[in-house]
Design a protein around this ligand. Structure first.
Ligand code: KIV
Length: 266
C-alpha cells in the first residue's frame, strides 16, 4: 500500500476531506493506528510526558526522537509519518535546524518534520523546505514554550493575539510548510486561519472548522490519566482496562492457576 504524501494531504483540503492525525511512539501502536485508517502519524515530543514521564516535552532529545521515529515508520505502511523537532534542535541557528531536520528524515525515516512557532521559526522552515524536507508548522499553545506561556492555556484570546496567530500562519505558509497544527485556540480564530490558508490546518483543541484533527493517542485511549485537557475525547479507557487485566493475571499467578495445562508444554 503506497504511503500518503504531502500532495495527498494538500489534495484532501482541496477536496474538503478531513485529515485524521494521531500520535504514535512505537511500532505496535503505529501498526494499530495505521490499520485503523489514520492519514498521518505524529511522533510527537509529547512522548516526553506520556512515555518518559516528564512534566513537559522539554527533556526530549534528537536521539529520543530518532529512536521513536524509526519504530513508528517500521510499524506503519500507509500513513505519512511526521517527526517532531525537539526543544532547542531548531531554535539556535538555521544551520543547526536544517541539520536536525535532515537527521529525522535520514536516520529516523520520517516523511516530514514539525516545528513550533510562527515568525520566529519561519527562516528555519524555509531552509528545510528549500532542502526538500516537508515541514508542518505548529501554532497556538506550543508546549515547548510552556513556561513562557505560563502553563497549558488557551492562546489567541485577545484580538491582538488572534491577529498575531493569523500573521504567523501566513508567515509559515509563505515559508513553504505543507500543513499547520493549531493547538488550543478559540474556534473562530482557527476558522479564520483555516479560511485564509491554502495549506491545511490540523486542529487540537481548535474546533471543528480545521481541515483535520490530531489527538495524542495516550489521551484518546485513556492511557494517560495525569492530565486531561478539555479538548480530549476519550474513545476508550485502556488505562482502567489494563489495570483490570493485569490484576486478573496477578491474582492467577498468586493462586497458581496460571499457567494451566493449556499454556504449558508436556
Ligand atoms: O507532541 C505532540 O504530540 C504534539 C501534538 C499535541 C500536536 O505536538
Amino acid at each position: 500500500m503506497p504511503r500518503l504524501t504531502t500532495l495527498d494531504i494538500r489534495q484532501m483540503k482541496e477536496k474538503g476531506e478531513p485529515i485524521a492525525m494521531v500520535t504514535a511512539y512505537d511500532a505496535t501502536f503505529a501498526r494499530l493506528i495505521d490499520q485503523a485508517g489514520a492519514d498521518m502519524l505524529l511522533v510527537g515530543d509529547s512522548l516526553g510526558m506520556v512515555v518518559q514521564g516528564h512534566e513537559s516535552t522539554l527533556p526530549v532529545t534528537m536521539e529520543h526522537m530518532i529512536y521513536h521515529c524509526q519504530a513508528v515508520v517500521r510499524g506503519s505502511q500507509r500513513a505519512m509519518v511526521v517527526g517532531d523537532l525537539p526543544f532547542m534542535s531548531y531554535q539556535v541557528s538555521v544551520e543547526r535546524a536544517l541539520e536536525n531536520a535532515g537527521r529525522l528524515l535520514a536516520e529516523g525515516g520520517c516523511h516530514a518534520v514539525k516545528l513550533e512557532g510562527g515568525e520566529r521559526s519561519a527562516a528555519a522552515a524555509r531552509a528545510m523546505v528549500q532542502a526538500g524536507i516537508p515541514v508542518v508548522g505548529h501554532l497556538g499553545l506550543t508546549p515547548q514554550s510552556v513556561y513562557a506561556l505560563g502553563g497549558f492555556k488557551v492562546q489567541g484570546k485577545t484580538e491582538e493575539a488572534a491577529r498575531r496567530l493569523i500573521d504567523d500562519a501566513k508567515r509559515l505558509e509563505d515559508a513553504g510548510v505543507f500543513a499547520i497544527v493549531l493547538e488550543t485556540i478559540p474556534v473562530p480564530v482557527a476558522e479564520a486561519i483555516t479560511r485564509s490558508l491554502a495549506v491545511p490546518t490540523i486542529g487540537i483543541g481548535a474546533g471543528v472548522h480545521c481541515d483535520g484533527q490530531v489527538l495524542v493517542s495516550y489521551d484518546m485511549l485513556g492511557l494517560f490519566e495525569e492530565l486531561t485537557p478539555k479538548f480530549v475525547k476519550r474513545y476508550d479507557d485502556l488505562g482502567a482496562r489494563t489495570r483490570v487485566a493485569v490484576r486478573a493475571y496477578v491474582d492467577e499467578v498468586k493462586a497458581r492457576t496460571f499457567p494451566s495445562d493449556e499454556f504449558s508444554f508436556r
